[in-house]
Design a protein around this ligand. Structure first.
Ligand code: NAI
Ligand code: 15L
Length: 268
């Protein structure tokens, strides 16, 4: 049966806020979880991923989990360790103990961020490209994907790991023309990941059907994902403002963009 009640972790964040408005249209009831209060949502669970009791209670009875909570930029290793590595482990343990059958995990392009970006005419980056994290942040997403594989192989807990590109209302850089996922396509992809039959542990790239796409969406499409958007209408303006990508510039020549040499730092 299609999942109905979803635990949404990271509900106060940018993507969480977008999904709070888009996912109910697909018929989901959302239970919200974040360490920060979720504005206008008094029933949201305000707790840290380090709070194992709160997590057990939060996951109890849900049909699936959309796990967006965590540090979403670069940070000192100790912080990444607590929120993203231990936090994701705590969530998987809670899900295993409570019998939640599926997690959709917000992985990131930064798990493979040091992969050279394909130039025009070169093949798209396949989903089984070796992982090349560009930051401790990307390393934590790589860990999350391996954790998901372990919980599938050992415990039969299914995951779709979504290596999200850039999910924002509009692309704001020339790099984003290649990796952008429109919020509407994000909701389509998460819905497909939540409802597809037997996924085991499936890894997919998360983006729209961009003209300048860098990676292969085959595994995402196999879930039933049918992206409707393309960043191309934004190309002319962004290229006029910022210029074409220069492959000699490390921040332009890798999937992870400026995370490879000048990552944005988590401010909290
Ligand atoms: P965000 O930083 O806006 O939201 C993350 C949320 O997680 C925040 O509300 C924060 O309070 C919460 N959080 C952080 N540590 C926590 C902890 N220890 N316990 C409980 N809650 C905690 O990030 P955004 O953009 O919404 O991203 C959501 C997820 O998707 C993140 O895991 C991020 O790594 C991933 N992602 C996002 C991309 C994007 O384009 N927005 C691209 C690739 C991955
Ligand atoms: C990510 O993983 C970040 O969470 C997000 O804030 C963006 O920076 C995105 O990647 C990106 O690569 O643009």
């Amino acid at each position: 049966p299609a999942p109905r009640t979803i635990l949404l972790t990271g509900a106060a964040g940018g993507l969480g806020t977008l999904m709070r408005s888009l996912l109910p249209e697909y018929g989901y009831t959302l239970r919200l979880f974040d360490v920060r209060p979720v504005e206008g949502e008094p029933d949201a669970i305000t707790a840290d991923l380090g709070d194992t009791e709160a997590l057990r209670e939060a996951v109890r009875g849900v049909d699936a989990i959309l796990h967006l909570a965590g540090i979403s930029l670069e940070a000192p290793f100790e912080k990444i360790l607590r929120s993203n590595i231990e936090g994701t482990y705590n969530l998987y343990e809670a899900a295993r103990l409570e019998g939640v059958p599926r997690i959709v995990f917000a992985s990131s392009n930064h798990a493979v961020g040091f992969t050279p970006a394909p130039r025009a005419g070169e093949p798209l980056i396949p989903i089984d490209t070796p992982r090349r994290p560009d930051t401790f942040y990307g390393l934590s997403k790589s860990f999350g994907e391996d954790l998901a594989q372990l919980y599938w192989d050992k415990h039969g807990l299914e995951t779709v790991s979504v290596r999200i590109g850039s999910c924002f209302p509009e692309p704001t850089s020339v790099r984003m023309l290649s990796v952008w996922m429109s919020p509407a396509d994000g909701a389509r992809l998460f819905h497909a990941a939540l409802t597809a039959g037997e996924v085991g542990h499936t890894v997919v790239y998360g983006s729209s059907a961009n003209t300048r796409l860098w990676w292969d969406l085959t595994t995402a499409r196999a879930l039933g994902y049918d992206p409707q958007d393309d960043s191309e209408p934004y190309a002319e303006k962004l290229i006029a403002e910022q210029g074409e990508l220069d492959p000699q510039n490390p921040a332009h020549g890798h999937l992870g963009g400026h995370f490879v040499n000048d990552p944005p730092i988590w401010p909290y």
